[in-house]
Design a protein around this ligand. Structure first.
Ligand SMILES: [Zn+2]
Length: 286
């Protein structure tokens, strides 16, 4: 009896300690609050949660879903897809901005339920296929491993039903962080769209990272690359990165689409770059 009680106490103690240590415990509850799905522009729909995004790109030959949210987001994303009148089985391609649990965590379930092929970059492939990333705060949070059916190269374009998406590998936040671009037709006008990966430091160690020695040069190269890019519509893995709460109430028939803002990407990148350099300077102080 005594030993059973002791083992139980040890197990409970270990469980409690582990739960307390997990990063983002508070955030993931807030991020996973359900959000109503809606039409953004052209053939693009929002099907994500309050704090973590998922976008559905609809074509006559099937649909593309980018990002799977948290592991616990998958049923809500599926519900949102259905609520818009689309079928899960029509999702043919799954994409991922980057291999962090809050954007790739739901993908294994979504792949199983849709039968879609999963496309991801070589840089993030090992993390996605093992369910474990080897650096940054997310290394404590594993996800269900997901097989990469097609390894996407930098600059590669993929097409489905008349829609073409181009991959831009913008590493730093993760090794294979992938920004996707496409274009939509909006009332007779062609507009460029970016599904931004992310470039925040987000607790990533910037110095002495054995698992990612060139992290700083990767971040800087990605900033330089993103500074040269242009987009009319900037979409990102977290709603607060692209002003979801501000824009959605202004999305009204007959009014200019609030998601069209060519100034947003340069503003975002300038701020993120300053934040990165600040974090790097702090990390070098003894
Ligand atoms: Zn991330």
């Amino acid at each position: 009896m005594k030993s059973v009680a002791l083992i139980a106490a040890l197990l409970l103690g270990a469980g409690a300690a582990q739960a307390a240590e997990l990063p983002f415990s508070k955030e993931r509850k807030e991020w996973n609050v359900p959000h109503r799905p809606f039409h953004i522009i052209g053939n693009i729909y929002y099907v994500g949660m309050t704090g973590v995004s998922a976008f559905l790109i609809v074509t006559p030959r099937g649909n593309i879903l980018t990002d799977g949210g948290l592991p616990e987001s998958a049923p809500f994303i599926e519900k949102n897809i259905r609520a818009l009148g689309f079928k899960l089985a029509d999702v043919k391609i799954l994409l991922n901005s980057h291999a962090h649990f809050d954007h790739s965590g739901g993908l294994a379930q979504l792949k199983k339920d849709t039968g879609a092929k999963f496309y991801a970059s070589a840089g993030d492939q090992p993390f996605l296929e093992s369910g474990h990333i080897t650096f940054g705060p997310a290394e404590k949070i594993d996800t269900t491993p997901i097989h990469v059916d097609h390894v996407v190269k930098d600059g590669e374009s993929i097409s489905l039903g008349g829609t073409t998406l181009t991959a831009h590998v913008t590493p730093g936040h993760t090794k294979g962080c992938t920004t996707w671009t496409t274009s939509v037709q909006d009332g007779g006008v062609t507009r460029s769209v970016m599904f931004f990966c992310s470039i925040s430091v987000a607790g990533n160690p910037l110095t002495g990272v054995a698992a990612y020695p060139n992290i700083v040069s990767d971040y800087r190269a990605s900033f330089a690359r993103l500074e040269k890019m242009k987009t009319d519509i900037f979409l990102a893995p977290h709603g607060n990165q692209f002003g979801l709460d501000d824009k959605l109430p202004r999305l009204k028939p007959g009014a200019p689409n609030p998601f069209v803002d060519p100034g947003e990407l340069p503003r975002f990148i300038a701020k993120a770059k300053a934040d990165f350099e600040d974090a790097l300077a702090k990390s070098k102080k003894p």
